[in-house]
Write a protein that binds this ligand. Sequence first.
Ligand SMILES: [Fe+2]
Ligand SMILES: [Fe+2]
Length: 327
Amino acid sequence: MKTKIATLAANQQVTGLFGLRALTVKTSKKGMDYMELALCDSSGKIKGYLLDDVAEALESLEADSVVQVHAVIHLYNGVLEMKIQTIRPVREEEADIREFAPVVTGGVAPWKVKLLAILGLIRNSNCRRIVDAFTSDEVFMDRFVHAPAGLIEHHNYVGGLLEHTVNVMRHAAFLSKGNEALINRDLLLTGCFLHDIGKTKEIDGMLTLKYTMPGRLLGHTVLGASMLEERIKRIGPYPADLAMLFKHMILYHHVEAGVGSLVVPCTPEAITLHEADSTDAKINHLYCHLGESEENRLWSHYDGFLKTEILQRNSFGASLPYKSEAA
Ligand SMILES: [Fe+2]
Ligand SMILES: [Fe+2]
């Protein structure tokens, strides 16, 4: 049975296959070269450190591959890491790299069930036509349910886009509660479903995610809007005003007022989507990056995504309820 990263414990000896996402050679304060490796499997990620035979390892290892590792697990500053004793590359025919990509908690299947359940709440026939046009397309859905929603900052794993979309729809539905006179829930939920579909064409890769050329040059909002346009053409006559509202929600869901943009989210549904999207991205970012600080710090390094330093819960708040839950 394979040793999974999520089951590793401090002081454990481990020998097994892992995905190698990235490797960097660094120099210690004592002037010694060491290698820092970003390892992963379907259950999670872990950092590994190789102190010996660094030059040989650099020759033989490459990112976005599978490696066999013999290591001891250490707990450092509340975070598990691997002290690697030996490491070797694994040939393509020995292991399927797709099995080592980090995947959404619980796997893709239950999240797809959640997505279809919340989409089932949409009753308006023109909203349904758009939703059905995408969900009935097996090629699109296969890509959509497996795609990540980001490279680094949030939901950067298989099923990340699916999880993010479900969460945004849930947050948005919650925000719309009690505001039915202002916010049309069918319009809102459909827009939430559509808002990041362009990410299926923006990001590519298996362990090491990267932007596609259309992703770099156009971005997922423009790609998503053109995917919607194509789909509407295929399903026949469609109300132009509704199509425009969906395009507005897709194109401007990231835009903040007051930063020079001529267009900002300007319908109740687009504003609600913007807030739900931002909240979910930030929460997932905290899940992915909390505890990554290198030293025993009370505050994290400046976080460019959140534009602040984050209070490190491993270093503060012994009496706080999340302390015991996280242990
Ligand atoms: Fe987005
Ligand atoms: Fe999003």
